[in-house]
Design a binder for this molecule. Structure first.
Ligand code: HAM
Length: 419
C-alpha cells in the first residue's frame, strides 16, 4: 500500500516555530498599539451570509466577482469565508446595538481565491481596525499614523504612504459622467474586465494593473480633480494633519482601492521589501456603508494590515536569541528522576519555563533532547551533585559548565533567562 502524502492546500501556509512566535509578537504589538489609541477587540465569525459581502465589498469588486470562497451549507444557505473584515464588523455593530462612536480592532484569517505568490495567499491574516462614528479628517490621519507607527516599531523603514480622495455622493455623478464618456471613447485600450466596469463601477478601472489600461487611463478624468468643496476641505485637512504628525506621504490620484465602499480618503502603505511594490496595509473612509447595511447614517474610517507581508518586510533580527527561554532538567539515574521532576515543578511555579524527559533515555540522549528543544540551559540533577547540595549547570549556548547551590537555583535561572 502506498502512503498518501498530505500537502496543505494551495495558497495556505503553516506557521511553525519560531515563525509562529514571531507572528504572535507582531499580533501583540498591534493589540498593544490599537489599545493605546482606544480600540477594543472584536471577534466575528469566520463565515458570513454571502449577501453581506455582495452588499458591502461590492458587486463589481474583484473580491466579490472572482475571489470569494462561497458555498452552500446543508440547509442550502449561501455562506462565504470572509474575504475582508469590515463588513462583518459593521454587521456585528448593528446586530449587537453597540453605541457609537466605537473603535474596534481585529486579528483574524481571511480568504481570497487568488493566484498565490510571495505575499499573496488564499488564507492570510489581517490586523484591522475601524473607527466607527467619527467624521473628522483628523481621524483619517490618525489611522494612517497608527499604521506608520506600527511599521516603524517593527523597524520596517522603507514604507511609503500613498493617499487620495475619491469624493462623495455629491461630487461623484459629475466625475462619473465624464469618466464614462472618456472610457467609452477609449474602449479599445481597455481590458475586457475594465470594459465590463464602465457601466457597473467606472472608478474601479483605476485599480486595474494591466499596463495597456494604465496607459489608456493616463489622460482620464481623476476623482481628486472633481472634488466638491466639502471633500476638497476634508482632503486638505487630512493632508495637513498628516504633515503635523510627521507622516511622509505621496498623493496618488489613481488610488481608488479594490473595494466599493470607500468615499473621500483612501490610502495604502507600500513597501518595496518584497522586490515588487506591495501594499502592507490599506484603508480609507466609508461613510455610507453602515447606512447601506441597514443602520443609521454613520461616518467611519478604517485600515487593515497584512500580517504575512509585514513579517516578510521585517528585518531579520540579528540579535535574535538562537535559544529560547527554557530550562531543560537532566536526571542521571532513576533515583534522581523524582528530585528532577520536583525541580521542574518549582521552576514552573516561579514562572520559569522548564521541561524534562519522561522517557528515561540515557544522559547523552537527554542532552541531545535539551539541545534540540532549543533550551538555553541544562540543569543536571546528578547523584553526586545532589549529595553535595548543588545542581550541575550547562549553558547550552556557550557550552560552559559550573555548579549552583540547590537553594540558589531559582534566583540564578531567573537572572539567566531574564524572567
Ligand atoms: P485590502 O487592501 O483588501 O483592504 O487588504 C488589506 C491588506 O491585507 C493588504 O494591504 C495586504 O497587506 C493584505 N492582503 C490582502 N489580500 C492579501 C492576500 N491575498 N495575501 C496576503 N495579504 C493580503 C481591506 O481588506 C479592507 N477591509 C481594509 C479596511 C478596513 N478598510 C477600511 N477598514
Amino acid at each position: 500500500m502506498t502512503a498518501f502524502k498530505y500537502n496543505r492546500p494551495k495558497g495556505t501556509q503553516d506557521f511553525v516555530p519560531p515563525q509562529s512566535e514571531r507572528k504572535f509578537a507582531v499580533e501583540m504589538l498591534f493589540r498593544e498599539l490599537a489599545g493605546l489609541y482606544g480600540y477594543r477587540e472584536i471577534v466575528t465569525p469566520t463565515f458570513e451570509h454571502t449577501e453581506l459581502f455582495i452588499r458591502s465589498s461590492g458587486i463589481a469588486s474583484d473580491i466579490v466577482t472572482k475571489e470569494m470562497y462561497t458555498f452552500n451549507d446543508r440547509a442550502d444557505r449561501s455562506l462565504t469565508l470572509k474575504p475582508e473584515g469590515t463588513p462583518g464588523v459593521i454587521r456585528a455593530l448593528l446586530e449587537n446595538g453597540l453605541r457609537l462612536p466605537y473603535r474596534l480592532f481585529y486579528i483574524a484569517p481571511f480568504f481570497r481565491y487568488n493566484r498565490p505568490q510571495k505575499g499573496r495567499y488564499r488564507e492570510f491574516y489581517q490586523l484591522g481596525l475601524e473607527a466607527l462614528g467619527e467624521a473628522s479628517p483628523l481621524t483619517d490621519a490618525e489611522v494612517v499614523y497608527l499604521g506608520v507607527e506600527f511599521f516603524s516599531r517593527l523597524k520596517i523603514t522603507d514604507c511609503v504612504v500613498r493617499v487620495n480622495s475619491i469624493g462623495c455622493r455629491s461630487c461623484r455623478p459629475a466625475l462619473r459622467e465624464k469618466l464614462v464618456s472618456y472610457l467609452h471613447t477609449h474602449q479599445g485600450g481597455l481590458c475586457p474586465d475594465c470594459n465590463g466596469r464602465i457601466e457597473l463601477n467606472p472608478l474601479r478601472v483605476f485599480d486595474c494593473k494591466n499596463p495597456e489600461c494604465r496607459k489608456t487611463l493616463a489622460e482620464a478624468p481623476l476623482p481628486s480633480n472633481h472634488l466638491c468643496p466639502d471633500c476638497q476641505h476634508h482632503f486638505e485637512v487630512f493632508l495637513d494633519w498628516l504633515t503635523v504628525l510627521g507622516v511622509k506621504f505621496e498623493v496618488d490620484a489613481s488610488l481608488v482601492r479594490g473595494l466599493d465602499y470607500y468615499n473621500r480618503t483612501t490610502f495604502e502603505i507600500i513597501s518595496s521589501a518584497l522586490g515588487a511594490q506591495i501594499s502592507l496595509g490599506g484603508g480609507g473612509r466609508y461613510d455610507y456603508l453602515i447606512e447601506e447595511l441597514g443602520g443609521p447614517a454613520t461616518p467611519a474610517v478604517g485600515m487593515a494590515i497584512g500580517l504575512e507581508r509585514t513579517m516578510f518586510s521585517m528585518p531579520e533580527d540579528q540579535a535574535a536569541e538562537s535559544r529560547r527561554k527554557l530550562v531543560f532538567v537532566v536526571w542521571t539515574s532513576e533515583k534522581e528522576f523524582r528530585p528532577a521532576w520536583e525541580l521542574v515543578n518549582r521552576l514552573r511555579a516561579a514562572g520559569i519555563p522548564a521541561q524534562l524527559s519522561y522517557d528515561r533515555p540515557k544522559i547523552r540522549h537527554q542532552f541531545h533532547l535539551a539541545d534540540i528543544s532549543g533550551a538555553i540551559v541544562a540543569v543536571i540533577a546528578g547523584e553526586t551533585e545532589l549529595l553535595r547540595g548543588v545542581y550541575g549547570i550547562k549553558n547550552l549556548k556557550t557550552g560552559e559548565q559550573h555548579e549552583v547551590p540547590v537553594n540558589e537555583i531559582v534566583t540564578y535561572l531567573k537572572s539567566l533567562i531574564g524572567g
